[in-house]
Structures are given as C-alpha cells and as structure tokens.
Design a binder for this molecule. Structure first.
Ligand SMILES: Cc1ncc(COP(=O)(O)O)c(C=O)c1O
Length: 397
C-alpha cells in the first residue's frame, strides 16, 4: 500500500501485540461541553473521567474572558522571547505569583513542558536527580532529558531517599522531584519530610502540584500549602489545565529561578507562546479559585464521603486522600471489562493501564468534580455493586 512503507511494518506487528495484551487505546469523541454529564461517541454518560475538578472548563466566565482577549486576534505568532509575549501573558504571570505567594511565576505551554523543561534546565551532566517511582511521565522525561544521573526511590519512601542522598556524594548539584498529589493513586507526597531531607542534604526540591492546584490548601495553592511547607519548596509547578479548567502550565518561585528558566527551559524558549486568549481564561479561573473557596471545600468533603462509602461497600481505595480515587484491579483486560460494564450502565470511569501505571496495577480511576451531585455518586456506587458487589474487584495491596 502506498501509505504503508515497509520501513513502518514493525508498527503493525507491535500494535497487534498491544491489542493482544489489552493495552491498545482508542479515542472517544466528545460532543458538547466537558461537564459532570457528557456526550461521548454519541452516548450520554455521567462523567467520572475529567480533571476539571472545580467545574470550570465550561464556566462561561472563562469563555467570556477568552472572547474579550480575542479582540487582538488568536495566534501569538512567535515564541515568548521574540514577540509572542503579550500583556495577557505577563498579567497572568503576575497573578500566578500573587496566587502562589512567590516573587515570580512563568507561564509554560503545558504542565508537561513546565515539568520536563524545568528539570532539564536545573540539572545536567555531573548532577543527580532523585525521583519517586510513581512520578508523572513529564517529570520522568525531564530527568532523562537532563542527562543527569537519575536515582529513583520507591513510592513516597523517605527512608530510601535518605539513604540514596547519603550515598550520592561528589555530585555538583542534587535535585529531588515529586508529584505532590499522585495522579493515579490520589495519595499525597510526604512533603514535610521531603523538605527536611532537601534542606539537610542541600538539595533543590521541585514539586508538581498539577492535580492539587486549586483544590488543596486554604487559598488553593496545593498540597504544600495544606501541609504548611509552601515557603520551604523553592520550585513549585502547577497547571491551568486541570482544576483551573483551562490549559497551560506554570512554575512559581524566586525571581532568580524564573529568569533562569526564561533563559534555559527549552520548551519555553523554542515553542510559540500560547494564545493570549488562553492566558485571559487562566486569569478568570484564578479569580474564581480565590473568590469561590466553596468549590474546593465541597469537593474535598464529597471526596472523603465517597472514599468512605466505597470502603463500606467493600471496595479498597488504596491510599487515596483526594478527589482522585483508584480502584486497583490488577490486569489491564479486567480494568477494561469493568470500565466497559460501567459504561453500559451510563457511567464513564476510565480504565488506567500500563504504561500509565506499573504492571499489575491497572485500575479504574474515579475522578470526582464539584459538579457531581449526590445522586450521581450514589448511582456510581450502585452500578459498581451491580457488577458483583463486595469483593468483585480484587485489590492489590
Ligand atoms: C501529575 C501531572 N503533572 C503534569 C501533567 C501535565 O499537565 P498538562 O496537562 O498541563 O500538560 C499531568 C497531566 O496529566 C499530570 O497528571
């Protein structure tokens, strides 16, 4: 076939292998807005799949802010260091720094770019980076890109990290990187202990608050604020694309850090600035996070209730302490089958499989938002019970 050159024949073979092991993925098409109920491939479903934790993705105030900024056109036309950096981008950075309580902030095209670009700008050959085994792919890719030595420690294991730090002498710089709220397990990193270790061993500490920004902490800054260590963590990364219902990532920290990243973070330097309208929507979202704390408070309260209810119904939610609640079922095929059965009952709870999670830890990832009603949550529990009741899901320890 003209479009399938022999040099790509290996793809067909490897795709078949993925299909056979239950790891093949396909996209569904959403029509209409991203809300607690959505239309996917033409089917109306209660949506437990989105990261739109505060229900802002379809909030008209974000759309209105973007529409107003569109008066100056859509495209940015250049990277930020050439001529792509507009008033809207700058104002959002000022607002992000205020929100985070830091000297400065930098807007990146995505959370992925913020993570990978920052790590590679802060560590290099001759340095060592310590990374939690369950860190997000963007942190792991940043470690690889940096060409520093990489030491991974088992999930949230501070004893292990302490030993690794003690053994890693002779390096120019050390950097510890971690998610603050783990995106698949929904548990929190031990940030107090990590801050202690970083200080004791003179290591830089970078945390990724992607799923916690807007949700945790009195002001919605994230887990570091919740645990009272935000001023002890010099490199704090967040994203506008989850609870803030928009798109784009950011880094908050000292002016020196931010100016360094402006000069050295390659995804920032070598990528066109996102549209100014996106920055305008991000500002509107930050204002809502500031003015409507009931969204995060209600969400976390409802998440606590759901975790308790799931436990009472015999489901093990592992170590979740947040709005992300995994039901670990082990094999990918099993996760897909349960997800499919829920879909037939009108509930969308995606199956999460390797490489997103380690082998043997495929799960159903329940993602709660403040748009879910009590009826929706009760309906989900009922549908899970229908699938076989207590113990239907074998939970990994
Ligand atoms: C923990 C974590 N960090 C970073 C990202 C990337 O953020 P973004 O979607 O803004 O690129 C994600 C996205 O899924 C994530 O889960």
């Amino acid at each position: 076939m003209a479009n399938s050159p022999r040099s790509l024949a290996w793809i067909e073979k490897q795709s078949e292998d993925l299909r056979e092991s239950g790891l093949w993925r396909r996209r569904s098409v959403r029509s209409g807005p991203q809300t607690a109920e959505l239309a996917l491939d033409g089917r109306r479903l209660v949506n437990f799949s989105s990261n739109d934790y505060l229900g802002l993705a379809a909030d008209p105030r974000l759309a209105e802010a973007a529409r107003t900024a569109l008066a100056n056109g859509w495209g940015s036309g250049a990277s930020p260091l050439i001529s792509g950096y507009s008033h809207e981008h700058r104002d959002l950075e000022i607002q992000l720094a205020e929100f985070e309580g830091t000297e400065a902030a930098l807007l990146a095209p995505s959370g992925f770019a913020a993570n990978s670009g920052s790590i590679a700008a802060l560590a290099g050959p001759g340095d060592v980076v310590f990374t939690d085994r369950k860190n997000h792919a963007s942190l792991l890719d940043g470690c690889r890109l940096s060409r520093a030595d990489v030491r991974s420690y088992s999930h949230a294991d501070c004893q292990r990290l302490r030993r690794l730090l003690g053994r890693s002498t002779g390096y120019r710089r050390r950097l510890i990187v971690t998610d603050s709220l783990f995106s698949m397990d929904g548990d929190l990193a031990p940030l107090v202990e990590l801050a202690d270790l970083a200080e004791r061993h003179e290591a830089m500490l970078l945390i990724d608050e992607a799923h916690a920004t807007g949700v945790f902490g009195d002001h919605g800054r994230g887990v570091a604020e919740q645990l009272g260590v935000d001023d002890r963590i010099p490199i704090r990364i967040g994203t506008l694309s989850k609870a803030l219902g928009s798109v784009g990532g950011f880094i908050a920290g000292s002016r020196v850090l931010i100016e360094w990243l402006v000069n050295r973070a390659r995804p920032y330097l070598f990528s066109t600035a996102p549209p100014a309208a996106m920055a305008a929507a991000g500002r509107a979202a930050l204002e809502i996070v500031r003015d409507e704390p009931w969204r995060r408070q209600g969400l976390l309260q409802r998440a606590g209730q759901l975790r308790r209810q799931l436990n009472e119904h015999g489901w093990n939610v592992v170590n979740s302490a947040s709005q992300i609640i995994p039901l670990v079922v082990g094999e990918p095929g099993r996760a897909v089958a349960i997800s499919q059965s829920l879909l037939e009952r009108g509930y969308y709870v995606p199956a999460i499989r390797p490489p997103t999670v380690p082998d043997g830890e495929s799960c159903l990832r329940i993602s709660l938002t403040c748009g879910h009603s009590e009826e929706m949550v009760a309906g989900l529990i009922g549908a899970l019970d229908d699938l076989g009741g207590r113990g239907a899901v074998r939970v990994c320890p």
